[in-house]
Design a protein around this ligand. Structure first.
Ligand code: GLC
Length: 753
């Protein structure tokens, strides 16, 4: 008996231990047990969580985080953006399609100057992230428009860090309102595509703080993105993904970021240095990176505390995701409704640059000669990871016909056949179009003369595309091609001789030269790359169904070489010039222009431009009241009343610029410190807008003191319809200087030592 009892007890104990052991293994991730999970994880599991994988991925996704089934840690899925979710539209084994909506790109939506509109658009975009089963959209791209030739500018917002940061924060809020995440990218100073993975951006502390980091600071503090994507490039000698000062001291300790940092999509040598610097997640992730981390742990080169810190950040991110919450995604977002959102977002952002003698709006039933190969192959978005697989991209022929115009049939057919020939040739050669635009077919002057007699007006669509991995160039890209120029001159001559008008549509990924030809035409409309429905938005503005209210988020210079950064930008394609490692603007780029980017330079130095920052016309007019500014040690509050003094309803963007008192640091003549867009105002209707600017937001960065400083003195407050068109002013005295010291962690390592 005794023996049996003993055996029974032993069995019970084994069962107990087994259960306990099972209990140990059955701990599963919850929002409130992350530290227990970390204790239960093996070192291999921890390291595996720090390195992404591309296994079993949703078709078209960019990457993921690794699952750990035994601990209830799911895979999470990362997909590209930023003009919409970028996934494969078809899948093996099902007839179901997975098209997404191609929304207007960042460069256009920034021209709306409308926070609410951005949130409206991205809440629809975020719904597609959720319903297609992704957890994060790798967006918004927010690098500053340092130079108009950067190939990815179309994904980004502006030359101004405040406008860029506010738009980024709104983008993040809209997306994340769906319970999915964003990734503000590429942190930081990914201002060119040439040699983007290795280029060393050499930037002063002040330019970093006031420009290249400032929009990220605003986006982090006001948008609270789940993730940040570090850039490929270096800043002052250190890869950003390995830069402790940027990723931990500034991003986390100073700005309070509490999400995860992931690398951009490439494997560099310094995996361990990146993990120690605060780069939590290596994407797309390769086994060699796990080996490096495991070896470093064994050698004591990275502590388990550092590993656990990054693991904790990733687990805190995972418990927020739809995949962790087992959200049952439908794979059927309402694309029809989202197409309407995309069209509205484009309508509210498109910029009217010229409208001589009220050429626009047209009646909508005119006979129109529609010129330009881009009228058929309309650029909804640029190229690269920022593309979106949409079911359809509207072109100008269909949009203008739908709007009620009668297109010159022969001319429309001519462009369709040219397009068919070009695409057939590309297919045969297996080549895509020239990186920057389609070859513009010629039209004889005799034909143009005939068309000028037969039609009521001419509309010419000028197209430019570009994207990831390649920057634009000056010749035949920033500037018109010879054929484009000849076509435009002949159209202008023939139609004006016939007493008819000429309208130009600039469907481009970035700034183009306009000064040499804008006086040859009667109206210029700038939709940039307006998404899949953008052509319809253009047509709505041509007919007056929509009154344009967009304003430029970047300067259109007269000449490319007027731009300060043009002396330090790789607008040549030859990357072999010079010895590797010493190639100017390829291996390193000196940001010699410092803070003098865009209007900060042009306005301060009174350099004439073709179209200034903040400029945009309406079909109506507005007046500004006398402003009131109430100031104190916290900053100031400004109010101003805008009245519609014209004949049609419209919306106005009020731009608030500040000129700091002279003395001390050299400062721009004026800097954008706030903005507000009115609601739709009927003729005669007014709206009072209020804008607040804190003392910190007024500050300039003093490198000597490594501190933000708002000097005492008299501040000028300017209310403008553009940076060059100030309609009201006020001033106030800021009694006591204030400073905000920050860590001196951004200089080149040698300098800081
Ligand atoms: C690319 C891009 C980045 C994108 C990532 C994933 O290299 O730089 O914007 O999100 O890889 O595709």
């Amino acid at each position: 008996m005794k023996k049996q009892g003993l055996i029974l007890m032993l069995c019970l104990m084994c069962a107990l231990f087994a259960t306990k052991g099972m209990a140990q293994n059955t701990i599963v991730l919850r929002e409130d047990n992350i530290d227990d999970i970390i204790k239960a994880m093996t070192v291999e599991e921890k390291v595996g969580l720090l390195v992404g994988s591309q296994e079993a991925m949703m078709p078209g996704a960019a990457g993921n985080t690794r699952p750990i089934e035994r601990l209830g840690i799911p895979m999470t899925i990362l997909c590209d953006g930023p003009a919409g979710l970028n996934i494969e539209p078809t899948r093996e084994g099902t007839d179901q399609t997975f098209y997404c909506t191609g929304f207007p790109t960042g460069t256009l939506t920034a021209c709306s100057w409308d926070i609410a509109l951005m949130e409206y658009m991205t809440s629809a975009m975020g719904n597609e992230v959720l319903e297609y089963g992704a957890d994060v959209i790798l967006a918004p791209g927010i690098n500053l428009h340092r130079n108009p030739l950067c190939g990815r500018n179309f994904e980004y917002f502006s030359e101004d860090p405040l406008l860029s940061g506010k738009m980024a924060a709104a983008f993040v809020s809209g997306i994340q309102s769906n319970g999915v995440g964003t990734s503000i990218k590429h942190y930081a100073a990914n201002s060119q595509e040439i040699n983007r993975r290795e280029n060393d951006a050499r930037i002063s502390d002040r330019a970093l703080r006031e420009l290249y980091l400032k929009n990220f600071e605003i986006a982090v503090k006001e948008g609270k993105p789940w993730t940040v994507m570090s850039s490929y490039n270096k800043v002052n000698g250190d890869y950003t993904q390995q830069h402790h000062g940027m990723l931990t001291t500034v991003l986390r300790d100073e700005w309070g970021f509490d999400g995860i940092v992931m690398t951009d999509w490439g494997v560099k040598e310094g995996t361990v240095k990146a993990a120690k610097a605060g780069n939590d997640l290596m994407e797309p992730g390769r086994p060699v990176e796990m080996e490096r981390l495991l070896a470093a742990i064994n050698k004591g080169e990275i502590s388990m505390e550092e590993i656990d810190r990054n693991v904790r950040n990733i687990l805190k991110y995972i418990v927020k995701t739809p995949n962790f919450k087992h959200y049952k995604h439908s794979d059927k977002p309402d694309l029809k409704a989202h197409a309407t959102v995309a069209r509205k977002a484009a309508e509210e952002s498109i910029v009217l640059l010229k409208n001589g003698n009220n050429t626009l709006p047209m009646k909508g039933n005119e006979k129109v000669a529609l010129y330009g190969i881009t009228s058929v192959d309309f650029f909804g978005i640029g190229t690269g990871s920022g593309e979106v697989n949409t079911a359809h991209v509207a072109n100008m022929q269909e949009a203008m016909t739908t709007a009620g115009f009668t297109l010159d049939k022969d001319l429309a057919e001519y462009y369709r056949s040219c397009y068919a020939t070009q695409t057939a040739t590309e297919k045969m050669n297996g080549s895509a179009i020239d990186k920057r635009h389609r070859a513009e077919p010629t039209v004889s002057i005799k034909a143009i003369e005939r068309q000028a007699q037969a039609n009521d007006m001419a509309v010419f669509v000028l197209g430019r595309t570009a994207g990831e991995g390649a920057d634009r160039v000056v010749k035949d890209d920033f500037e018109l091609t010879a054929i484009e120029r000849e076509l435009l001159q002949n159209i202008s001559m023939c139609y004006h001789k016939a007493g008819k008008k000429v309208v130009i549509i600039i469907n481009a990924v970035g700034v183009v030269e306009t000064a040499s030809w804008k006086n040859m035409v009667d109206a210029i409309l700038l939709p940039w790359t307006p998404g899949q429905e953008g052509a319809y938005a253009v047509a709505d503005i041509l007919t007056g169904k929509v009154n344009p209210s967009g304003k430029l988020a970047e300067t259109f210079p007269i000449n490319y070489m007027d731009i300060p950064s043009s002396r330090n930008f790789p607008y040549t394609w030859d990357m072999t010039e010079g010895r590797k490692g010493e190639r100017k603007n390829v291996d390193f780029t000196d940001y010699e222009e410092d803070i003098w980017v865009g209007y900060r330079y042009f306005q301060t130095n009174n350099v004439e431009v073709s179209f200034p920052f903040g400029y945009g016309l309406s079909y109506t007019t507005f007046s500004y009241s006398k402003p009131s500014v109430k100031a104190g040690k916290e900053g100031f509050t400004a109010t101003i009343t805008v009245t519609n003094t014209g004949k049609v309803a419209g919306r106005e963007v009020v731009e608030l610029y500040v000129a700091a008192p002279a003395g001390g640091l050299e400062k721009p003549a004026r800097e954008l410190k706030a903005f507000a867009k009115t609601k739709m105002l009927a003729p005669g209707q007014s709206e009072t807008v209020t804008m607040k600017v804190s003392a910190y937001e007024m500050a300039s960065f003093n490198e000597e003191h490594s501190a933000w400083e708002t000097a005492a003195g008299t501040y000028q407050v300017m209310f403008g319809a553009s940076v060059a068109d100030i309609l009201a002013t006020a001033s106030f005295n800021f009694k006591k200087a204030q400073t905000w010291p920050v860590h001196d962690v951004l200089r080149p390592v040698k300098e800081a030592e």
